[in-house]
Design a protein. Structure first.
Length: 446
């Protein structure tokens, strides 16, 4: 969305030039209209909404930023939300929208829905935990019975397809609605004379249960390169499907949350959030970092005589702290990534620590030798700093590597999100321990 377009449309809104606005936004994709509305204040965004058709309005609402979407829903009557948006949405998008409303408004919106079947599906889906397959799935699917003939199958597929925007798979069920397979459309073209669907269907399709965590759903779709994934209840009945666009959106949101958490942000924020929201998201870890800094100063304050005798030791405080933080963050990031994509099992804690220790020994040895060589040339072979800094770096790298490996694996075992171990927590802890090791080794060689 170019700035000139936004400013021009703002001017048209001020002048109430309906024809110009309609002519302009008629060329926009729903995502572009959502970008436009995100840049406008809520009154102007609502004005734009009144000028677009119901189907487009529903698509735009799904693409809006969460804050802007909430502002818009707050000022719209429940009947308008139901008839303009929810009635024109797929069930998974409708459920996500309704979850963001308070309880009273949820009931009002559902009472105004014209499609009673859709209302019933939405109510059923709202009962699921939003972090499970059931909370993410939609109920719009093409279903055929395994005992149907090819002509009947084709006729039913045509009827069902009329109400769907996208068809990902055609699912084969039995008389008890249990999933039996996937119907390959290619077979219908090359084998139209086959008597029944069950003779050409692909058996045992990959599926998940309604209580499967979203993280696992994302991994399955990525691993098997699927565009949709059927969801079953406890007795194998097909209750919905999760499509790749929903999964990718969820994966992106999870990635953003993990990245922000690893960076020391306590909640989701965006560049356009207000000052108070950004401050409250950043401040908690900054306060923890401040406490870590005070802890460092207390440690260093106890070694005043050591610094008086060897003032050159102060030059290497940033090196010790920075190296420990970097190594710990590297180690924990590798572990968190392995846990996220299921290439690492928490049962192999000892094996992973041994492997990381071997890597740490190589890295620590190379770093220590390089620093020793530099100090040997600068301060001479008899200087305390020549030995203490090299040994301290070796110890810090070893500790940071093992600590950065052990913490996220331990958190995963006790069902705590290991992403919280990849950021400031690791850096602050390594900083404190690193300083303690540095000072103790220096005193030992003094």
């Amino acid at each position: 969305m170019e700035k000139i377009d936004i400013e021009q449309i703002k001017d048209w809104i001020e002048k109430k030039d309906v024809n110009a606005i309609k002519s302009k936004i008629s060329t926009f994709h729903p995502v572009d209209i959502a970008e436009l509305c995100n840049e406008l204040d809520i009154e102007k965004a609502a004005y734009i909404y009144r000028l677009i058709d119901n189907d487009t309005a529903a698509d735009v609402l799904v693409e809006l930023d969460d804050n802007k979407q909430k502002e818009l829903l707050d000022i719209l009557p429940s009947k308008v939300i139901a008839e303009r948006f929810v009635d024109n949405m797929e069930t998974d998008d409708a459920v996500e929208l309704i979850r963001n409303l308070d309880q009273d408004k949820q009931e009002e919106v559902l009472s105004h829905l014209n499609n009673l079947k859709q209302a019933g599906d939405i109510i059923d889906l709202l009962k699921y935990d939003e972090n499970t397959a059931g909370g993410l799935m939609g109920t719009e699917m093409v279903l055929v019975n395994e005992d149907w003939s090819m002509p009947k199958c084709l006729e039913e597929m045509r009827k069902q397809a009329e109400d769907l925007d996208q068809i990902y798979y055609v699912y084969v069920i039995d008389n008890k609605k249990r999933l039996r397979g996937i119907f390959p459309l290619k077979k219908m073209i090359i084998s139209p004379s086959v008597s029944k669907v069950k003779h050409v269907m692909q058996n045992d399709p990959i599926s998940v249960h309604e209580d499967t965590p979203i993280d696992e759903v994302v991994q399955i779709i990525e691993k098997y390169d699927l565009v949709a994934l059927p969801v079953l209840d406890s007795i194998g009945r097909l209750v919905g499907q999760i499509t790749v666009d929903d999964v990718m959106r969820e994966a992106r949101e999870q990635s953003e949350r993990d990245y922000q958490l690893a960076s020391g942000l306590s909640q989701d924020i965006e560049t356009k959030d207000n000052i108070l929201h950004q401050t409250t998201a950043r401040l908690p870890w900054l306060l923890i970092g401040m406490l870590g800094g005070i802890g460092n100063s207390l440690i260093l304050g106890n070694f005043g005589t050591t610094f008086a005798a060897h003032p050159e030791m102060a030059l290497y405080i940033p090196l010790i702290g920075g190296t420990g933080g970097n190594v710990g963050t590297q180690s924990s990031a590798i572990i968190v990534q392995g846990l996220a994509n299921n290439t690492l099992n928490t049962k192999n804690v000892f094996k992973q620590i041994v492997k990381e220790s071997m890597v740490a020994i190589i890295n620590a040895t190379i770093i220590s030798i390089l620093v020793y060589t530099y100090n040997f040339i600068r301060f001479g072979p008899t200087s305390t700093v020549t030995y203490s800094v090299s040994l301290s770096l070796f110890a810090v790298v070893m500790f940071a590597s093992i600590f950065g490996t052990l913490v996220p694996m331990t958190l995963e075992k006790i069902k705590v999100d290991p992403a919280i171990a990849t950021g400031p927590f690791i850096s602050i802890t390594n900083d404190l321990i690193g300083m303690m090791l540095y000072m103790c080794i220096t005193v030992l060689f003094s």
